[in-house]
Every structure is written in C-alpha cells, then in structure tokens.
Design a protein around this ligand. Structure first.
Ligand code: PLP
Length: 360
C-alpha cells in the first residue's frame, strides 16, 4: 500500500462485531480473565490496551518497524529509551536538540552515570566514538536550528560497531523520512506534533528495528508505566489518517513562507532545509522579535509545532530556556531567533499576518 493508504488503513483486523469504521476506545483499566491461568491476551492497560495496540501497529507500519511503543509524551519516550543504558555508557548526541531532551540528558541521565558528547555534523560522529559509546542520538533536522545529519552515513559508522543509532523523526515524520530504512535502529517521535496534527494531545513513540530491542522497551514501559492512554491513542489514530495530506500542504505553505521571509529586510537569516514545514528565522534585534510575538494574530505565540494551527515559538525563553546560555549562544539560539511551525491556513493569510507583525 502507498503511504497515504497506510495512514488510513493500516490498523490490524481485530474482533469488530459491529463493523465500526473508527477504532473503538477501550476505556478500561483492567481485563477479566476467563479462568485461572487464562487470559484474553489483555491483563491490565498499563501493559496492553487494544486501542493503544492499534496505534502502535499503525506507527510500526508507517516507520517500517518491527514494533512500536506509545508513551504518554515524547519526553516519556526519551526517558524510557535512556533506561536501555547503564552507568558508564557514553552517548553521542546532536549538539542542537529539543531543549527538553537536552535537559533530560544533562540533568537526569548524567546524574544517573551516562556521559554525552555533542556532534554538530555527521562527519564528527566517528571521531567521538569511544569504547564506551552505546548510542548516537540525532534529530534531523534539528530543533530549532534546522541542521541536517546524514542518517545513512551515520549508520555506516554505528552499525559495524554495534552502536544504536537513534533518530528523533518528529519534524519530518515517516511521510518525508524513514530513518529505519536508512539504517537507524530506533525512531523517536513527539507524537504531540505532526502525528497528532491538531495541537490537542500529548504523546510519544519509539519505533524499533528489531524484536529484541522492542522486548527490552516493553519491559521498561510496563515497569516504569508511562504508556499512552486509550483516548489519546484514539486521537492520534484519527490524526494520522490525514498525515500525508497535512504534511504535503504544510510543506507547500512553508516553502512559500521561507521564500517570502528571505525577501524581508528585517529578517537577517532563514533556516529552512527545503523539506517539511518548520522554519526558524532571525530578525535584526530582540525588540523586533518581541514585537512579532505580541502582534501575530492568525499565527499563535505558543510552544509546540506540527498542528493545523501555525505557531510561533521563542526558543530562548520557551523550548530552549534550560539549555545553558553559553551552549545556546554557540549554536545561535539567542533573543533574535524565532521558530515558526507553518500550519494549514492559507499561505497568503500567514504572510499578511507576518507582514503586519513585522510592522510593515
Ligand atoms: C524534536 C522534539 N522531540 C521531542 C519532544 C518532546 O515531546 P513532548 O513535548 O511530546 O514530550 C519535542 C517537543 O517539543 C520535540 O520538538
């Protein structure tokens, strides 16, 4: 099946006596057993829930994964992932990452004995490998500077050494990029973003290449207990039905807006990798950045991305506020940088909104 069809029809055939077209929400904490030592296959919703399972099946299908796990947030997925590692293990991570991931690595994982090195480009990864390196963790494009890594080239370095290659695919989704096909071992998502697509649910995913890693992560998920709730699972299944159409249209809008931004005198840099619908851009000064945030009307000044509504974010005080200033400034996250998640509104309305916000 083509991707568009998979988004709509990749749910698994399960017992469906009514012929319901939409996936039922199994809003139950627990499941009755037929008798001693017997199970229907479902025991307790922290471990298994039919609605969540359908969603996991859909995500695995879209990413071409052996399996996928749904978590209560993207950060819950990252936190579960970190449980694969032990004190002393070393991880190479992209130097530009979502601020929450950076915070977890620096303020929780390091406290738990993991060590990290930062790579700013694919070619640096090999030089940073030590005998203790267990994983490489990339975002591509990165949040918010939109740098890209070459996943296939990174895999050529990690795979022969048995190092896990983990890719946060939140920005592009499997519609534009399938990291497992390029050689990654684990794909991470903030499902809150394009997979949900409507700015109404928080969710996270890990999609894995091998059943062995899936089994380890299922043990971690059932033990640490941050699995996605049935209603939220339903919302993401519904969101994914329109993923292909949304990604296509949002990208079309973003391309127009990136071109337009490049013609604006007050805009001193535009970071858009030519794919997807995320843009970051710099303006001449802090006062103008704040003016834009205060004046936008259709675009909303809010932290998040990937939904139908266009959102503008101020990384320096929002998503990346906890990244130490020196590190932030070194990668270009300062008071002049704005991040724009281009939504599904008309591109003309969005540029008109930005024009008035820029004060022109
Ligand atoms: C690239 C990326 N990864 C992970 C996360 C964390 O996901 P969540 O907010 O769903 O916990 C985010 C959140 O903004 C993100 O942008």
């Amino acid at each position: 099946m083509d991707f568009e069809t998979l988004c709509i029809h990749s749910e698994r055939n399960i017992d469906n006596p009514t012929g319901a077209v939409a996936t039922p929400i199994y809003q139950t904490a627990t499941f009755a057993h037929p008798g001693p030592g017997e199970t229907t296959g479902y025991d307790y919703s922290r471990q298994q829930n039919p609605t969540r399972e359908q969603l996991e099946y859909v995500i695995a299908g879209l990413e071409g994964a052996a399996g996928a796990l749904a978590f209560a947030s993207g950060m819950a997925a990252v936190a579960a992932l970190m449980e694969l590692f032990s004190p002393g293990d070393h991880i190479i991570a992209a130097n530009d990452l979502y601020g929450g991931t950076h915070r977890l690595f620096q303020q929780i994982s390091e406290k738990n004995g993991l060590t990290f090195s930062a790579a700013s480009e694919t070619e640096q990864i090999e030089d940073l490998i030590t005998p203790k390196t267990k994983a490489v963790f990339l975002e591509t494009p990165t949040n918010p500077m939109m740098q890209t890594f070459n996943i296939a080239r990174a895999a050529q370095v990690t795979a022969p050494r048995g190092i896990l290659l983990i890719v946060d695919n939140t920005f592009l989704t499997p519609y534009f990029q399938k990291p497992l096909k390029l050689g990654a071992d684990i794909v991470l998502h903030s499902g809150t973003k394009y997979l949900s697509g409507h700015n109404d649910t928080i969710a996270g995913f890990l999609a894995v290449k091998t059943p062995e890693v899936e089994e380890k992560l299922r043990f971690i998920s059932k033990t640490t207990g941050a699995a996605l709730a049935p209603f939220d699972s339903f919302l993401i299944i519904r969101g994914i039905k329109t993923l292909a159409a949304r990604m296509e249209k949002q990208q079309e809008n973003a391309k127009k807006i990136a071109i337009w931004l490049r013609t604006q005198q007050a805009v001193t840099a535009v970071h858009y990798p030519g794919i997807g619908a995320m843009i970051s851009f710099r303006v001449t000064d802090k006062a103008l950045a704040e003016q834009i945030l205060a004046r936008v009307q259709i675009i909303q000044y809010a932290e998040s991305l990937g939904g139908t509504e266009s959102l503008i974010t101020y990384p320096v005080t929002q998503t990346h506020a906890d990244v130490p200033e020196e590190e932030r400034l070194a990668i270009g996250i300062d008071a002049c940088l704005l991040r724009l998640s281009v939504g599904l509104e008309s591109a003309a309305d969005l540029t008109a909104d930005l024009t008035q916000a820029l004060g022109q």
